[in-house]
Design a protein around this ligand. Structure first.
Ligand SMILES: Nc1ncnc2c1ncn2[C@@H]1O[C@H](COP(=O)(O)OP(=O)(O)OP(=O)(O)O)[C@@H](O)[C@H]1O
Ligand SMILES: [Mg+2]
Length: 149
């Protein structure tokens, strides 16, 4: 699935729509958000987190690596791997313990091994003044979501 997003509002609307397509219980889902610097990954993550019921700020996890949100639909962990250099470092951020919630991962390129355990690979690319978004299913349940979007 590929779609053109002309402005930030379109990215936000897409995030809301995507969250609506996910099951009520988000536990165990992993969404990879790839794309260059400034492509809109955090904008999309913020929209997903707010659509899941979070009120208030969604700070960037660039320095904390993980920002947790305890929400009615389950926990969401907003993760930014920009600063990790080796896949091993995932252990320090407690990756395995975060499977009780939905992991939203910016800069998944830093840990290529994640592709095998993720559900959706979402890529944002610059396209004129806007962005193009591509959603690919990785797991079987992710493929169902991507096919219906
Ligand atoms: N569809 C869109 N069209 C044009 N601009 C957009 C779109 N979506 C988001 N933006 C803008 O792109 C800018 C960068 O967004 P954002 O911080 O989400 O990117 P990022 O991919 O998380 O960057 P980083 O790699 O630094 O984490 C913001 O100013 C945002 O308003
Ligand atoms: Mg970001």
């Amino acid at each position: 699935m590929k779609r053109f997003l002309p402005d930030e509002a379109a990215t936000t609307a897409f995030g809301r729509e995507l969250l609506g397509a996910l099951p009520e219980d988000l536990a165990g889902w992993t969404l990879l958000l790839a794309g260059e610097l400034g492509a809109g990954k955090s904008t999309l993550a913020r929209a997903l987190i707010k659509a899941a019921g979070h009120r208030g700020a969604v700070p960037s996890p660039t320095y904390t690596l993980v920002e947790p949100y305890i929400l009615p639909r389950g926990n969401i962990y907003h993760i930014d791997l920009y600063r990790i250099s080796e896949e091993d470092e995932l252990r320090y951020l407690g990756w395995n313990e975060l499977d009780d919630g939905c992991r939203i991962v910016e800069w998944p390129e830093r840990a290529p091994g994640l592709t095998g355990q993720a559900d959706l690979a979402i890529t944002l690319s610059y396209d004129g003044a806007g962005r193009t978004i591509e959603v690919m299913g990785l797991s079987d349940r992710g493929k169902l979501i991507a096919a219906n979007k």
